[in-house]
Design a protein around this ligand. Structure first.
Ligand SMILES: Cc1ncc(COP(=O)(O)O)c(C=O)c1O
Length: 423
């Protein structure tokens, strides 16, 4: 099927979203508040979500393979989360004093993640990364950050620079997986580096897992240089009860949390040992950190329900379904005569239309084909990230995965007729 035909079909099926987006463009710059929520020719406007399904303005149903970029680990409107949030809203949603829920959620996280003794909540992963950077700067008296080229820690200037693959006034970068390069930067410039930030699995970068030798090696190199080691588990906490750090046996100084710990509400958190977090002592604060909605009770109540429901069994069940989906997609690509490779760990994966797995940052050789598949998948009722990220949820079943494979096969056949190049 011609590329234009796929787009024409998309326009035909989603005229309500087209109209909604042109109205949105009048009032919002770029028509939205989120870069990752846009794709060409226009994003869908959704009106409802339930379990692993989303419905758009035109009444079309999509199987949601993204779960708001991994945050909705139990899908949409998961009944225990809805009940917890509703109960909380019914008796007041926020106030400028303490609430019991934040203590409970912090306790849950501390019990799960070995390196974490205490938790400080924020409203997003970006804010958590910013806060960890503030801690590191205050602790070390230095100002720079070292991160992986193409690593993602939210949309803060220092991290955005590295995500784009560049160094900046306060940002140094090294290649993910290349311990030697991290060691080199730290030995040459370590005395100005406050912290090394790293994802145990590069998420936005294309689901690229780091092995224990690399991650632990970076931790040691950071410490030798007197810098803090910050592990960003915003996306990876869903992979194991104790996060990816538990699987790797790595003990970071600070851990970033977000996404699934808020049960679908805005959230972020920094966890660490008590020595470091003493900086927040309210009687003699060495870091000024506050926020009207920090640890708001609704998010905290939803987060407790979300974390409690993510049991080891349900993580295993998602992993099994992910294996099945991956095998099915690879089989379907062979049937369609397309080169497809998949980076995969646990319940998350990233598709690449190439012979070998790639990275999702920088310019992708398969960018045009990926975009075409994304639209074709939407035409067949599948919702995944434009860059090919897929994240399963605990409410999926084998039969849903069968349906996904069937629909994906049709989408792959649609794009196959144009071959690997743009038409
Ligand atoms: C690893 C990682 N860190 C930080 C963030 C930023 O979180 P948020 O979007 O809540 O600001 C994300 C978001 O995708 C992420 O994947």
């Amino acid at each position: 099927m011609q590329c234009q035909v796929i787009e024409a079909r998309y326009r035909e099926l989603t005229s309500g979203s087209a109209r909604a987006f042109s109205e949105a463009r009048r009032w919002l710059p770029g028509g939205s508040s989120r870069q990752a929520g846009y794709w060409h020719p226009y994003p869908l406007t959704f009106v409802r979500g339930e379990a692993c399904y989303l419905w758009d303005l035109d009444g079309r149903r999509y199987i949601d393979l993204l779960g708001n970029y991994t945050a909705l680990v139990h899908g949409h409107a998961y009944p225990p989360i809805v009940a917890a949030a509703r109960t909380r809203v019914d008796s007041g949603s926020c106030w400028a004093g303490n609430n019991e829920e934040q203590v409970q959620l912090a306790r849950l996280l501390v019990k799960r993640v070995d390196s974490v003794a205490q938790v400080r909540f924020t409203n997003s992963g970006t804010e958590a990364a910013n806060l960890a950077l503030m801690i590191a700067r205050r602790w070390t008296g230095r100002d720079k950050v070292l991160m992986a080229r193409g690593g993602y820690h939210g949309s803060l200037m220092e991290f955005e620079t590295g995500f784009g693959g560049a160094t900046g006034p306060l940002t140094r970068i090294a290649q993910y997986g290349d311990l030697g390069e991290f060691q080199k930067v730290l030995s040459e410039q370590g005395n100005s580096i406050a912290a090394v930030f790293i994802e145990p699995v590069m998420g936005a970068g294309g689901v690229i897992p780091g092995d224990a030798t690399f991650i632990e090696g970076v931790r040691q190199a950071a410490h030798s240089a007197g810098a803090l080691f910050v592990l960003d588990e915003v996306l990876t906490l869903r992979l194991a009860l104790g996060g990816r750090q538990g699987q790797l046996g790595v003990i970071p100084d600070l851990t970033l949390f977000g996404k699934m710990i808020g049960g679908g509400f805005p959230v972020g958190a920094v966890g660490g040992n008590q020595e470091l977090l003493k900086l927040f002592n309210p009687d003699q604060p060495r870091i000024f950190h506050t926020g009207t909605f920090n640890a708001n009770p609704v998010t905290m109540a939803a987060g407790i329900a979300s974390v409690e429901a993510l049991t080891a069994d349900r993580i295993d069940q998602m992993d099994v379904l992910a294996e099945k989906l991956k095998a099915g997609l690879l089989q379907a690509a062979i049937k369609a005569g397309l080169a497809l490779s998949i980076n995969h760990i646990g319940s998350i994966m990233n598709l690449f239309f190439s012979e070998s797995s790639g990275t999702a940052y920088g310019r992708r050789d398969d960018g045009e084909l990926m975009a075409r598949f994304h639209l074709a998948a939407l035409n067949h009722g599948l919702f995944l990230a434009p860059r090919g990220l897929i994240a399963l949820s605990t409410v999926m079943t084998e039969s849903i995965i069968d349906e996904v494979i069937e629909r994906a096969t049709d989408a792959l056949l649609d794009i196959a007729s144009t071959g690997p190049r743009a038409d």
